[in-house]
Design a protein around this ligand. Structure first.
Ligand SMILES: [Cu+2]
Length: 754
């Protein structure tokens, strides 16, 4: 197993890796020391900050055998606090590693010891549960081996060569900045990915109408993932090889998706892959050509080396298909698997148009989708639904398209026999039924969100707006999840495995992450057999940080020694997922200077705009609005405001608005109240009433995507003011702009944004 060598030498910390074992009451204590440190990495030609543990990214693979006692000492040598969560492990609540829920954050220069018995086997992983640290290196494999005498030991599966495989992704941007940009609806990631879906691109793809309908329904460009990554990685490297394997070898890949926000397609050049476990739990072997691994899921997959002197590619491709990473198994001539062709985004947009109702909720059209069986995105997969057609094709209805996800049109000369894994194909190796006489608690959650403001929630409520959900020890908790948002969500439950009710009866598979595709409904159930507080959340890091979380809390639980004040701690946890995001921009133009700054969180917006004229009108004005977004899609924002203006008028000059209300004062200080409402075509309609009785109606649209990097905007209002402009995006912080303004005339300038 090659050790990733991506940590620059000068920063290479002393890798201390003490594996001390001792016998105690016949249970072996397996001890690891983990030194968490800042480091500098270079994945892209640029040196960037990351976090390494014992000098490496991913963190070292931790291996235990069922029956061991794990003793893991975390030495925090960062300048910030940290934590480690043991993903998929049954641990006592206080060892679960969620700051402010099960322990306090591990402060800089502090040492914290996690100690728990290993009571299960399987492929798991571990990661930081503090802020965005998982994005920059704090993820690693956690392998729990079966004892050979275990009655579940499977020959040919549990006793063959095994390779831990951790998938992840890398961005050169600071993750805090990624998070901020997502909240500010920056389309920089789409520009980098080539997925802006602008009008020019739509017209040349024959999809002008598709784009119009899309904007009429108030949708931004559609994508299957939010963030642009420079690199995707297997075990910390973009390409690597394990050349020790020979023809005929069977290898068990223990794959964890440690990516912060990427799903990965997995393919293998040496034939079919046999899936033998999922989320650390054995399943009946099932042969597939490919599978998608959701964020934070694990799969155990057996591959074979078919021939001598060949290295076979194991390929992981991000779901948006912009980046991939390869692991070559074997020695010799490299045998590649076919790359995943680019997504047909306008086909996806067209599909979304049929799915989306005008109120921003999804229309499930009575299709009863579940268990990944009907992947809506298949319409975008050229390898199944055919190559993109530039001319308008004969209109298929939705049902036809759905059938195509199972069997594609063979006349298209596409492969119609690609076996893609779905949850319906997973069957546990042993019965997984819950205690029969337990009380059943039924819960239902709708997964909700809106892309325009990057709000992700459950039942339209984020963690900061809700209390813990009480459950009783001994009861069976059955949860129905319906995804009424535009993105898939990998929902993860801490501390427990749940059964996925997938039609396999007693053999329903056990999982701790449920990937749920838009419009799917799935049911999971588990026996509440622990105590304490357990996180239940979307494992897309940026969705979690946006508030898509809940806490299940056992009634009458014993106190947690690490968390004396649980009430205060929960408030801090809530605050972490409803942070304020700052944005600002300023246009330095020949005719004036205008800009804005905004602070926003899930519901609130505090914004101020300013304008300074140089020529025709000499003066300055500023408008400040404090508003609260209402409703799931947040189309409506009532606000209160304050306008302050100074301008020099000529002696007989005065301004009038369309209602003949006039204004000749040089100074104007006005309080106001009003509403913003997002109309179809993403035009913002504003009514603002001022305390002097004036009323202003305004229509505005910014960032009309004319081409990949060109944006248009306009504003017109009843004060007889109007503006139209164009902006060319140079990089993520700079644009060149030109605009005509009724007050300030024509100008060109440079726009800076943060
Ligand atoms: Cu999510």
């Amino acid at each position: 197993m090659s050790i990733p060598n991506i940590v620059s030498k000068k920063m290479l910390p002393i890798a201390i890796f003490i594996l001390a074992t001792q016998i105690l009451y016949a249970q072996k204590i397996v001890h690891y020391d983990l030194y968490v440190r800042d480091t500098i990495v270079n994945f892209t030609g640029k040196e960037k900050r990351a976090i390494a543990v014992n000098g490496q990214i991913p963190m070292p693979t931790l291996t235990f055998t069922e029956g061991d006692i794990a003793e893991i000492v975390v030495h925090n040598q960062l300048k910030e606090s940290t934590s480690l969560h043991w993903h998929g492990l049954y641990v006592p609540n206080k060892e679960d590693g969620v700051p402010y829920l099960t322990q306090l954050p591990i402060k800089p220069n502090e040492t914290f010891t996690y100690r728990f018995p290993i009571v299960q086997s399987g492929t798991h992983w571990y990661h930081s549960h503090s802020g965005l640290q998982e994005q920059i290196g704090m993820y690693g494999s956690l392998i729990l081996k079966k004892k050979t005498e275990d009655k579940t030991f499977r020959k040919g599966i549990d006793n063959i060569p095994q390779v831990p495989v951790v998938l992840s992704e890398w961005t050169d941007l600071k993750p805090e900045n990624v998070h901020r940009m997502l909240h500010n609806a920056s389309d920089w990631f789409a520009i980098k990915k080539g997925t802006t879906q602008s009008y020019t691109e739509a017209i040349s793809a024959g999809h002008f109408k598709t784009k119009l309908i899309n904007e009429w329904k108030r949708m931004l460009a559609m994508d299957v993932s939010d963030v642009y990554y420079e690199k995707v990685l297997i075990n910390g490297e973009n390409e690597s090889q394990l050349s020790q394997f020979k023809a005929g070898d069977k290898i068990r890949l223990r794959i964890s998706n440690g990516g912060a926000s990427s799903y990965f397609w997995l393919k293998y050049a040496g034939g079919k892959m046999t899936v033998v476990a999922n989320d650390g739990n054995d399943v009946e072997p099932v042969e597939v050509d490919r599978l998608i691994i959701g964020v934070s899921e694990t799969y155990d997959v057996i591959v074979t080396i078919p021939a001598e002197n060949t290295a076979y590619e194991f390929l992981a491709t991000s779901e948006d298909r912009t980046k991939s990473t390869s692991l070559y198994l074997g020695d010799g001539v490299i045998q590649l698997t076919s790359p995943m062709p680019k997504l047909k985004y306008f086909e996806g947009m067209k599909m979304m148009n049929t799915m989306m109702k005008m109120d921003g909720s999804m229309n499930d059209m009575g299709m009863n989708m579940s268990l990944q069986k009907m992947d809506m995105n298949t319409v975008m997969y050229p390898e199944i639904s055919g190559k993109p057609k530039m001319k308008k094709k004969n209109d298929m209805n939705m049902d036809d398209k759905m059938n195509h996800s199972e069997h594609s049109d063979s006349s298209n000369n596409q492969q119609d026999d690609i076996v893609t894994l779905n949850y319906g194909m997973l069957k546990a190796s042993h019965p997984t039924t819950l205690p029969k006489n337990a009380q059943v608690r039924e819960l239902r959650f709708e997964l909700t969100g809106n892309m325009n403001r990057y709000v992700w929630s459950m039942d339209n409520i984020v963690l900061s707006e809700t209390d813990k959900i009480l459950i009783k020890k001994g009861e069976n908790v059955r949860i129905t999840l319906y995804n009424n948002s535009m993105m898939r969500h990998p929902m993860h439950l801490h501390g427990h495995d749940f059964r996925v009710l997938n039609g396999q009866g007693e053999y329903a598979p056990l999982k701790n992450v449920l990937d749920i595709i838009p419009m799917e409904t799935d049911t999971i159930e588990f026996n509440a057999n622990l105590e304490g507080d357990w996180f239940f959340h979307c494992h897309i890091l940026y969705h979690m940080m946006a508030g898509m979380n809940r806490v299940f809390s056992y009634e009458n639980q014993p106190p947690n020694p690490y968390l004396p004040n649980k009430t205060l701690a929960y408030k801090k946890l809530q605050a972490e997922s409803n942070q304020l995001h700052f944005m600002a921009e300023n246009d330095f133009a020949t005719n004036g200077n205008d800009g804005m700054a905004m602070l926003q969180n899930t519901r609130w917006s505090f914004g101020t705009e300013w304008r300074l004229g140089y020529h025709d009108v000499h003066g300055y004005e500023s408008e400040t609005h404090i508003g609260r977004y209402i409703g799931k899609m947040q189309w409506l924002m009532p606000f209160i405001g304050f306008d302050w203006r100074y301008r020099k008028f000529g002696i007989d000059e005065q301004e009038t608005n369309l209602f003949n209300q006039s204004n000749s004062k040089d100074n104007r200080n006005l309080f106001s109240a009003g509403i913003n409402y997002t109309l179809p075509m993403l035009v913002i309609f504003q009514i603002e009433a001022f305390h002097n009785g004036d009323v202003r109606f305004q229509l505005m649209r910014e960032d009309i995507p004319v081409s990949k990097r060109l944006r248009a905007g306009f504003m017109v209002n009843t004060d007889k003011e109007y503006m139209a402009g164009l902006r060319y995006i140079v990089n993520k912080n700079m644009s060149v702009s030109t605009h005509y303004d009724s007050d300030m005339g024509l100008g060109v300038g440079l726009s800076i944004n943060y």
